[in-house]
Design a protein around this ligand. Sequence first.
Ligand code: XIL
Length: 373
Amino acid sequence: MKSTKTSLLTLLGLLLLSCSTPQKEEAPSLKKAFQDKFLIGTALNVGHNKGTDSLGIDIIKHHFNAIVAENCMKSMHIQPVEGVFFFDEADHFVQFGEDNNMHITGHTLIWHSQVSDWFFTDDKGEDVSREVMIERMKNHIQALVGRYKGRVHGWDVVNEAILDDGSWRETKFKEIVGDDYIKLAFQFAHEADPDAELYYNDYGMSNEGRRNTVIKMVKELQAEGIRIDGIGMQGHMRLDVPDINEFEKSIEAFAALGVKVMITEMDITVLPFPTDETAEVSLTAEYQEVMNPYTAGLPADVEDAFNKQYIDFFSLFLKHSDKISRVTLWGVTDIDTWRNDWPIKGRTDYSLLFDRNYQAKPVVQQLIDLTKK
Ligand code: XIL
């Protein structure tokens, strides 16, 4: 009897305690705010894929519903030597996406960068024939797309094949195979997983020249009955680049092709940029202190400009949410951003939505508020 009374009292005590403790409010989440608009994605690095960056992983689970592999699926990483595959990190990446019910993008199958020389040469170091090159492309694509068949939802099949002025980039793929290397890449990917979505991805998509060539290329693929589902606009921005009106023209023109439009690699550098000529990934410049001005923190006026650029572009994305299927950030926190090292190594940049202490920047709430307007 006594023990029943005690446990009743304990129960009552616990009940009272739980009523007096204020309910913890669920922290705002990007993916929830944008759920009726488009997917919100981020790029996963080795710390995320291997589970060592647990704070980063918490942010990813809370805010994002789409993921892309920042590096681990690039040919140099996954097949550094012909026929020798390192799938371990990519396996973890895909598993993480599945465990968390996320849209998974594979990045990237055919790209002129982060590709080993073996791809193009024989054992004497000479360029291989067109036939051998096509065989290698096919094997590489089949190995990756085939391994993750039914699990990776979409692939960046070809990355950065066009230059700012709209001319074709003179890559080894183009030189050895010829202009149809793009078409072949899409065909091989489709054969390896007929259900996977297939994308063309590039930077500087607001340039009129590149825009027109992308349109021409997509129309040609469509006319030949080759599957292409979407166009990825990378979105590596600066405080004053790109021109938002030109960017909007590209969103509209790409959507008019009947394909999905995706913002695939968004970040906004706040640092001085060494040139205006190109945003090419091979661009490098010497480190100088004057080019790294914010090592002690970001001045308020620069932070304002940074917030404004994110808000302006997200407002544009919301305006076109009927055309845009996904907006993906190129990383989680400013510790990870590749812009700390590109185009100048060893700088302190602030290009992403979460700071170096894994805290959401004020702009995150401002972006969430845009969805309520
Ligand atoms: C970058 C990665 O973020 C870096 O870690 C790596 O050192 C170089 O590549 N366009 C792309 C991405 O399509 O794959 C690039 O990623 C950034 C530019």
